[in-house]
Design a protein around this ligand. Structure first.
Ligand code: FRU
Length: 458
């Protein structure tokens, strides 16, 4: 069976959003939306994995099941907070009644990070949605603490737009509404998975049916950041800068880890409304490699967590004043390339019989083309780039680049100038070719093949 080697997937079944990523009692925990009984989305459970280093993961039993009166039709996404050594989870309980899907905010807690007890009632009921907002689109609580009080952000729909609602509490059980926080609306119809990191001054959120922007943001469902300040007394967020988080095809529902020193983010490496070729392998959906995030001059800077200790073999390339093609091989690797004074740069990865994925510089953009990558992926996007398998990332300096490509069996995560481009790629197992076609000065490349002593997906 073909599996990812180090990205979080389900053993079998469907996964989507990462939920409540948190550092708790010395280990990193990630929960995720999980349907264990089929490769299709269904009544949501919370799957659970744990790690010492954010790279290799161990499976733990399902943390939440949709089996109680407050969440009998689904335990939707949520976040975690650690308070006096106890791990609390706030999540959305879904209950279908008379053909309507009511969403309410629920609480569960654990003292060992493995077994969770649910509070028997929702802590914010569907009837506590403020005037004009929908109790059927009222989900994905983000909980945090500031100056001795707890706060919760919840996404909710108002007509054809949506906002992020702020509630406050002294005990995580009784909550009071403060306000709808966004200073201007998002471009889409429904915000999902809002997440606020006070230290970084960053709000991230996903947005369904968002307006495309130029050629850089073409995913119908996309993920955005807003750098800014959140006034919890007034319930108002003020945006300083904003943008999309990732330029690739497959990045949604990003979340920050709670309780970490550095800001660490993880997302669903997949997208709604697309076919998912690995369903035939018995699983659907995977999460990104966690990445560190900072903000500088209004720009989001991302870098992947360190993989160096898992490099088993290294190929080093060092060429001065080079024009031609450099060939290598690999399937699961970290590739770092620096090149200066570029006239031409094209990288082929996952190259095999009649298939390849290309990454090249064109008109100031780093372009990914997965149209010849192997199994076809068809999405809901009908623009010319999406139909041609293309995603583009703007470069500040397209003549001198420093690129990192992280390749797992079915995915590519590309980092350049602190920006990221993430996409699934379903190439054949023996499509292992790497080719650097370049005309540039000082090409330095390092291909580090990755091997993991313990594999989550073996
Ligand atoms: C985002 C989302 C969330 C919801 C969850 C359901 O991908 O739609 O809004 O909680 O997935 O699985």
């Amino acid at each position: 069976m073909q599996r990812q080697q180090f990205h979080i997937t389900a053993e079998t079944g469907w996964i989507n959003d990462p939920n409540a990523p948190v550092y708790y009692k010395g280990r990193y925990h990630v929960f995720f939306q999980y349907h264990p009984y089929s490769v299709e989305w269904g009544p949501m459970h919370w799957g659970h994995v744990v790690s010492d280093d954010l790279v290799t993961w161990e499976r733990l039993p399902v943390a939440l099941k949709p089996e109680d009166k407050q969440d009998k039709d689904g335990c939707f996404s949520g976040t975690a907070i650690v308070e006096k050594d106890r791990l609390y989870i706030l999540y959305t309980g879904v209950v279908n009644e008379n053909g309507k899907c009511f969403q309410r905010q629920c609480l569960a807690y654990s003292d060992d990070g493995i077994k969770f007890l649910k509070h028997p009632e929702p802590v914010i009921g569907s009837d506590e949605v403020p005037e004009g907002f929908s109790p059927y689109d009222f989900r994905d609580p983000c909980v945090f603490k500031k100056e001795g009080r707890f706060y919760m952000l919840v996404a909710s729909r108002k007509g054809e737009k949506s906002d992020i609602l702020l509630y406050t509490s002294f005990n995580l059980i009784e909550w009071k509404y403060v306000g709808a926080v966004l200073d201007y609306p998002s471009s889409g119809k429904m915000i999902e998975c809002p997440c606020w990191n006070e230290k970084a001054g960053l709000m991230i959120y996903s947005d369904q049916f968002s307006e495309p922007r130029g050629s850089e943001h073409l995913n119908i469902h996309s993920n955005f950041f807003r750098q800014g300040t959140l006034d919890c007394n007034k319930g108002k967020f003020s945006t300083i800068s904003e943008g999309i988080i990732d330029y690739g095809f497959d990045f949604y529902a990003a979340q920050f880890f709670a309780n970490t020193e550095k800001t660490v983010m993880i997302a669903w490496m997949q997208m709604w409304d697309r076919n998912i070729p690995c369903k035939k392998e018995g699983f659907a959906g995977m999460l990104t490699l966690p990445r560190y995030v900072t903000v500088k001059d209004g720009r989001l800077l991302q870098s992947p967590v360190g993989l160096d200790k898992y490099i088993s073999e290294k190929t080093v390339i060092d060429k001065h004043d080079f024009k031609g093609v450099i060939k290598a091989e690999g399937s699961v690797y970290q590739l770092k390339i620096d090149a200066e004074k570029i006239n031409k740069f094209k990288l082929y990865v996952k190259k095999g019989e009649g298939e390849f994925t290309s990454l090249y510089i064109e008109n100031g953009f780093l372009v990914l083309n997965r149209s010849e990558s192997g199994e076809k992926i068809i999405g809901a996007e009908k623009d010319e780039y999406s139909l041609s398998g293309i995603r583009k990332m703007p470069l500040q300096d397209a003549e001198n680049i420093s690129l990192t490509v992280i390749s797992d069996r079915f995915s590519l995560e590309i980092f350049c100038e602190g920006k990221a481009l993430t996409s699934t790629v379903y190439a054949a197992e023996n499509s292992r070719g790497i080719e650097i076609e370049a005309d540039a000065l000082n090409i330095k490349a390092e291909i580090g093949e990755l091997s993991f002593p313990v594999k989550i997906n073996s």
